[in-house]
Design a protein around this ligand. Structure first.
Ligand SMILES: [Zn+2]
Length: 137
């Protein structure tokens, strides 16, 4: 059962994510949608917000290939010889979210196209490091 009474916090966002829900907030005053929950509307400063579930569909707006990863990713096996793609996805509903882009050829970044249609992917979720992941659709 979807609990929509969680606090508007990153902790709640990641709890939803672990349960395979990409959630954000909608402002009931101005309608602004946000993928990163906070207890106040960034646009109009209203505090009358509600949780909304995003479809998880979007398009790749920009990306980078990480060859010198932070320690937390080195511990997952990423390195100069095993790079990964980090990108910004514009969701169908409008908000932009950063995420791990899998299913693309990191050795040939020229083949990764801006505008690539993607969907959120929960199948390889790292439970100890919840991360928004996308795959091409
Ligand atoms: Zn607002």
């Amino acid at each position: 059962m979807l609990d929509l009474n969680k606090s508007f916090s990153s902790a709640s966002f990641y709890e939803y994510l672990i349960n395979e829900m990409l959630m954000g907030t909608r402002c009931n005053n101005c309608g602004d949608l946000s993928i990163r929950p906070r207890p106040i509307c960034f646009k109009c400063h209203s505090q009358v917000l509600e949780w909304v579930q995003f479809s998880g569909f979007g398009s790749l707006s920009t990306f980078t290939i990480i060859a010198i990863p932070p320690t937390i990713m080195v511990n997952r096996g990423f390195s100069r010889d095993n790079t990964y793609c980090s990108g910004i996805v514009t969701l169908e509903e409008g908000p932009r979210v950063s995420g791990f882009i899998s299913g693309v050829d990191c050795n040939n970044p020229d083949t990764i196209e801006i505008g690539l249609s993607v969907k959120v992917d929960f199948s390889n979720m790292w439970e100890d490091l919840p991360t928004v992941m996308f795959v091409p659709r």
